[in-house]
Design a protein around this ligand. Structure first.
Ligand SMILES: [Zn+2]
Ligand SMILES: [Zn+2]
Length: 322
């Protein structure tokens, strides 16, 4: 699963070492969060000739190379996890079985940014950890296996993109229905068609992902993006029912597309290089194209009606030059 090219991530000046490669390989074959001692034990099982000091040095080297990341669960010792192609995340830590589980939430991140900004604090790193008892330890039932975070991350990224696509499709279908202007209606129909096509592509990708892990669908969620989970167009679609005119329909569409583009771009850029990141970045680009199309349409509608767009919209247009 972790076919990492050690040569490629080797820091400048780092030389080849078969012991080190052996340790790196053993580390990457493990999922989860290992302490240095866990790793020493693991290595010694396979090769008694490797010293503790070598393992420690290699851990440091892996951190420098961006392969490993240090995490502190408040146990008085550090643990290490993969960072290569492994998205940043928060942790749930079970005090009974000492297992930890990963998640990421845009809502938590947004709140942290808000607090830091309000306090004029230049935040560099934030750690969120939830301590307690995991479901398996509470119920005595075996836990749903966590699986590979990378795959679950891609699954959740796709789910969010699909939800957005669905809400977009709903939005444009509705918009086409209520639009009086023929040209405007055609545009909304075209966008609805596009959303349908994208939806098909995303669903095929999702199905393909499921073939890589038969239990993938049932694995616990990793990404918690509250607002985005229902689709970023859901609110806009809601507003369309209240008898809006063509101009307003376009404006609502612009607002939704801009919000969606920003959302996917912002998080896509933050993620580590991964399939999930790619899904977000590609989606951000599609949304940008829709946004630009809607802005052009809005302008053209205003021109045809011989009106200048109101001031607010001029600003919105400027901001839209993303
Ligand atoms: Zn537990
Ligand atoms: Zn972790």
């Amino acid at each position: 699963m972790h076919s990492i090219d050690v040569e490629r991530v080797r820091p400048a000046g780092g030389k080849r070492s078969s012991k080190r490669d052996f340790i790196v390989d053993a580390f990457l074959r493990q999922e989860g969060h290992l302490s240095a001692d866990d790793l020493v034990e693991l290595i010694r099982k396979e090769d008694r000739g490797i010293s503790r000091a070598t393992v420690y040095r290699t851990l440091q080297w892996m951190m420098d190379a961006g392969i490993a990341r240090k995490v502190d669960f408040g146990e008085g010792r550090f643990r290490f996890e993969h960072s290569y192609r492994h998205p940043r995340h928060f942790h749930l830590i079970c005090k009974t079985c000492n297992q930890s589980f990963e998640f990421l939430s845009s809502d938590i991140e947004a709140l942290i940014e808000e607090v830091a900004a309000a306090r004029k604090f230049a935040g560099k790193q934030s750690v969120v950890q939830i301590y307690g008892t995991c479901e398996a330890c509470q119920t005595g039932q075996p836990a749903a296996q966590d699986g590979t975070t990378e795959l679950i991350f891609a699954r959740d990224a796709l789910r969010i993109a699909i939800a957005t696509e669905r809400s977009g499709l709903e939005f444009y279908t509705r918009a086409a229905r209520i639009t009086q202007d023929l040209r405007g209606r055609t545009i909304f129909q075209k966008l609805a068609e596009e959303e349908k096509e994208h939806l098909g592509t995303l669903e095929a990708r999702y199905a393909q992902l499921l073939t890589m892990d038969p239990q993938l669908e049932s694995r616990p969620a990793f990404l918690f993006f509250k607002g985005a989970a229902n689709g970023l167009f859901a609110e806009g679609a809601e507003r369309l029912t209240k008898g809006v005119n063509d101009q307003h329909a376009l404006l609502i569409g612009i607002k939704c597309e801009r919000g969606s583009h920003r959302f996917f771009k912002k998080y896509g850029e933050r993620f580590e290089d991964s399939e999930g990141k790619q899904i977000f970045m590609e989606f951000a680009e599609e949304e940008k194209q829709h946004l630009e199309l809607l802005i052009r349409e809005y302008r053209s509608l205003m021109l045809r009606r011989g009106r200048r767009p109101p001031g607010k919209t001029v600003k919105a247009r400027r901001r839209a030059h993303v």
